[in-house]
Design a protein around this ligand. Structure first.
Ligand code: NAD
Length: 494
């Protein structure tokens, strides 16, 4: 059986904690590897290596750093298929979807190749007589990323491309459920010429995470995962003096106004609801049908469900793969049961697939869902789409705004004025207009509101540069010799 080790100082390093975790192929349900789980001492060893490497890396010129990023970009682009296979084997998502996640991660690398431009400060000549003022941005030192199972390649790339380009050393703690993508990235970084120790991977669970959160030499922690853990990471990390951005879970609503193009809305609901078996933080989990579009919309979605080809993600004809684990599949089936018991109408029941080998569950559609049902209140993270029926636009917006989460949301309409009003009214960080999964392109930033994000900077893009650097403002004067005098007054600029 494959054994997955840490990556520290530019080479694999076998774990010494004596603790390992199992890694499964969700399509078969069989264990395919074991992964080392780091102790606090092993995390400290990685941080020590990163600290040394960070000193030299921040001195590397911007053009040298950019060159490494360009090379990494080329290697990643050449290996999309290979990395996608790794993702599919351990995560379960279908190959095309895995390749899609790598492609979106690649965009973040491309953004980071522009680091010489992104690190530019500003300069004010003659702020006072003979005085110039300028700002510069500098790296933080050692920074850490803690990532979820559902995007084992893309989310680490969201973080490490920017962090490394900005001159930091990076310690990644990937999900222990699908850890191999992180190691693959580590090898590509090395091949791209990144100095050893600038990118490190420590595998692990809570023990490793806790060690990161309290380590005095880690300046910042970027986290993506579920809301309770995000809150814990934010509170613990900040109380130990760290800069923290912690992105949490979601419950993304898709509002369909009565004038929406019915087929486009139904297609979008299917794609965004069941893609990656609903295991996306930007998945649509609630369709809010406004007015009399509800009946035809539910009918159109239901008609498309039998056509979804569910199977092993490695089979190129599959459109939807299994869930990540048996426990998670059982949790999702529990929600379907709870929804049915609470009075939701089960239009399509995916539980019939739950008995076959692997962690499969069919696409499930629940109609007449109401806001107090757990299928509505909780993030299910599975192929379960709930339809809530409302009479007016105002009720629809109120529903979204009263929800605990505020990651993404979308509106489907042909009315530009209604869409613009929605963008103005809605409390969510990412909004789609006739776009069901509005993940921002790499030169914007990704982040939700409310319980979907703890901290104040979003991920990647301009916010990512901001998060992984700190600013310094220099006030400078080059006086003529002999012109200085003592002045105890507070410095003035006029
Ligand atoms: P998770 O919170 O269980 O795990 C995320 C990371 O935290 C992993 O590396 C894990 O090892 C670690 N972790 C888990 N339990 C911990 C604990 N008790 N103490 C310390 N560390 C712990 O999340 P997951 O199940 O891997 O991923 C799915 C979740 O991530 C969903 O809620 C999804 O919405 C969310 N997510 C959010 C975004 C976003 O951008 N907002 C993106 C992807 C996923």
């Amino acid at each position: 059986m494959n054994h997955i080790a840490h990556w520290i100082g530019g080479a694999e390093r076998a774990g010494e904690s004596g603790r390992v975790g199992p890694v499964f192929n969700p399509a078969t349900g069989s264990q395919i590897a074991s992964v080392d789980l780091a102790s606090a001492d092993e995390v400290a060893a990685a941080v020590a290596v990163a600290k040394e490497a960070a000193k030299a890396w921040r001195e590397a010129s911007l053009s040298k750093r950019s060159a490494v990023l360009f090379k990494f970009r080329e290697l990643l682009a050449a290996n999309v298929g290979e990395l996608a296979k790794i993702v599919t084997t351990e995560h379960g998502k279908v190959l095309a979807d895995a390749a899609g996640e790598v492609a979106r991660g690649l965009e973040n690398v491309e953004f980071a190749t522009g680091i010489p431009h992104l690190m530019k400060g500003s300069f004010s000549e003659q702020a006072a007589t003979s005085v110039d003022v300028y700002s510069i941005r500098q790296p933080l030192g050692v920074v850490a990323g803690i990532t979820p199972f559902n995007f084992p390649a893309m989310v680490p790339l969201w973080m490490c491309a920017t962090a490394i380009a900005a001159g930091n050393a990076f310690v990644l703690k990937p999900s222990e459920k699908d850890p191999s993508a992180a190691l693959f990235l580590a090898k590509l970084w090395k091949e791209a010429g990144l100095p050893d120790g600038v990118f490190n991977v420590v595998h692990g669970d809570k023990e490793a995470v806790d060690a990161i959160l309290v380590h005095p030499d880690i300046a910042a922690v970027s986290f993506v995962g579920s809301t309770p853990i995000a809150k814990y990471i934010y509170e613990t990390g900040t109380s130990h003096g760290k800069r923290v951005q912690a992105l949490g879970g979601a419950k993304n609503h898709m509002i369909v106004l009565p004038d929406a193009e019915l087929d486009a809305a139904a297609d979008a609901a299917i794609s965004a609801g069941y893609g990656a078996a609903g295991e996306r933080c930007m998945a649509i989990s609630v369709v809010v049908a406004v007015g009399d579009i509800a009946d035809p919309l539910v009918e159109a979605i239901a008609a498309r469900l039998p056509k979804i080809k569910i199977g092993d993600g490695a089979d190129p004809s599959s459109e939807m793969g299994p869930l990540i684990s048996a426990q998670h599949r059982d949790k999702v089936t529990g929600y379907i049961e709870a929804g049915a018991q609470a009075g939701a109408k089960v239009v399509a029941d995916g539980r019939e697939l739950a008995d076959q080998p692997g962690y499969f569950l069919g696409a499930t559609l629940l109609d007449n869902v109401t806001p107090e049902m757990t299928v509505y209140t909780d993030e299910i993270f599975g192929p379960v789409l709930s339809v809530v029926r409302v009479e007016t636009y105002a009720e629809a917006v109120e529903l979204v705004n009263n929800n605990e989460y505020g990651n993404g949301t979308a509106i489907f309409t042909r009315d530009g004025g209604a869409a613009r009003q929605f963008q103005f009214d809605v409390n969510a960080g990412m909004v789609g207009v006739n776009v069901p999964i509005p993940v921002p392109v790499a030169y914007y930033s990704f982040g939700g509101w409310k319980a979907s994000l703890f901290g104040d900077t979003h991920m990647y893009g301009p916010d990512g540069i901001h998060f992984f650097t700190r600013s310094k403002v220099v006030t400078s004067r080059w006086p003529d010799p002999g012109t200085s005098s003592v002045d105890l007054g507070f410095p003035q600029t006029r």
